[in-house]
Design a protein around this ligand. Structure first.
Ligand SMILES: [Zn+2]
Length: 215
């Protein structure tokens, strides 16, 4: 299916380069199973929307999840995001959506050429055969680093749709992002989409760690 080149990369956790690396190197896979194969399922109850995440980013998993999130920000590799999508979908029971028209909506790009939400949405689309539409745009006038935004401004962030989207009763929008912290980005996306009845959030990591602001 994929060429050997998809194993020719550095480990997302320890940055070790000793191919074949399948997302993580062998020793990091062991840590991965220890940290993530608990009885916890993918559903988080901390938000007003149904939210599924692959990892919980807390004090215990910080050492592991932080380098993965930072390494993903460095660049993209389509096969890698397909693998992450497969890993994600192995935790979510997809049959619950079989009668619905799912549309994946990636979070708007935080940096012009590095939109990992878009890459993740594309990976999910490839694995599920459902479409993705990159239609959200942030309506902040000035480009300000998110770290410099005050909490209040972050909560008031606004998005709009670049294109209108056709929807029916069976349409479910799945907002896709890499990390969720406060849920304010998802909230802005929900409003931009016209507060649809069916709206879920799928992220790689739910950050419950409070020490460092990163969303
Ligand atoms: Zn490693």
């Amino acid at each position: 299916m994929y060429s050997w080149k998809c194993y020719f990369r550095v480990c997302l956790v320890c940055s070790e380069f000793s191919p074949p690396v399948d997302i993580f190197c062998n020793s990091c896979w062991l840590n991965y199973y220890e940290l993530t194969q608990s009885k916890r399922n993918s559903r988080s109850e901390n938000y007003k929307f149904p939210l599924h995440r692959l990892w919980v980013w807390n004090e215990l998993s910080d050492q592991y999840v932080r380098p993965v999130v930072y390494n993903l920000k460095k660049g993209h590799d389509h096969e890698l995001f397909v693998k992450l999508a497969q890993m994600f979908l192995s935790k979510v029971s997809f049959s619950q959506y079989k009668d619905e028209n799912l549309i994946f909506i990636p979070a708007p790009a935080k940096y012009p050429k590095l939109n990992h939400a878009l890459y993740f949405a594309r990976g999910l689309s490839e694995v599920t055969g459902r479409p993705y539409f990159d239609v959200l745009k942030e309506s902040l006038q000035k480009k300000v680093s998110q770290k410099n935004l005050t909490r209040i401004r972050r909560q008031n962030r606004k998005m709009f749709l670049k294109l209108s989207l056709k929807r029916g009763n069976r349409t479910r929008f799945i907002f896709v992002d890499d990390v969720v912290t406060s849920g304010s980005t998802a909230e802005a996306a929900y409003r931009a989409l016209g507060q649809p009845k069916k709206f879920d959030v799928w992220v790689l990591a739910e950050k419950t760690l409070k020490k460092v602001a990163l969303d």
